[in-house]
Design a protein around this ligand. Sequence first.
Ligand SMILES: Nc1nc2c(ncn2[C@@H]2O[C@H](COP(=O)(O)OP(=O)(O)O)[C@@H](O)[C@H]2O)c(=O)[nH]1
Ligand SMILES: [Mg+2]
Length: 222
Amino acid sequence: MEHLTLIIPAKNEKDSLPSVLKELKEYNLEIIIVLEKEDLDTIDAIKEYDCKILFQTNKGYGDAILQGIRSVKTNFFCIFNADGSFNPIELKNMYNHAIKGNADFIFGSRYMNGALSEDDTIVTLIGNKIFTFIGKIFFSLPISDILYTFVLGNTQKANTLQLKEKSFSFCVELPILAKKSKHKLISVPSHERVRIGGKKKVNAFKDGFLILISMIKIYFKH
Ligand SMILES: Nc1nc2c(ncn2[C@@H]2O[C@H](COP(=O)(O)OP(=O)(O)O)[C@@H](O)[C@H]2O)c(=O)[nH]1
Ligand SMILES: [Mg+2]
């Protein structure tokens, strides 16, 4: 997968990120980790791994990913979590779709035949279903798991989208703007594992509300 760079946004992931990097070693991929320079515990935990570390200038999940995408040199990138929930074995299938030109953005989905989540709660499941439904009805998104954000995409095409969201609203902004720019989106089944350690950063209610506001804003602005 020589044309692929993983972008790993990380915040307080000292308990998970070292295992994630260890598992990724055999894949020989370009990796960019994006975190805050104050996150000394995470930085210290991964010092023996030879990856590029990028310090984000602002705060937030979306900010980290956006900054990561801007510094990718390969044709394709993939957003990859630092918590161990994504299985790198799934990258090959996503990458093949990209290389063959089957789609510009390939979205992992926990809600297809052959897919599964070990990390979903009833609240995140319902939230996801609602936002995925809004995505289908108002933005014609052909994806079945809008908030998962295990996405492999075309770097150049991502860079021409006017992505701005610095928070978790990035999760909906990316597919919506990609669709509006007439890029091709597809879903592929994914098996989400449980987080290795540390805490989930998403607050279902606060971030869910921000995501809803963001969808409404994008609907009326674009
Ligand atoms: N750099 C950065 N990474 C973040 C931030 N918030 C979450 N992340 C990372 O984004 C990924 C997804 O977050 P996670 O807590 O697992 O959310 P989940 O989608 O609910 O499982 C993890 O790798 C986190 O470390 C942030 O504010 N800044
Ligand atoms: Mg997670």
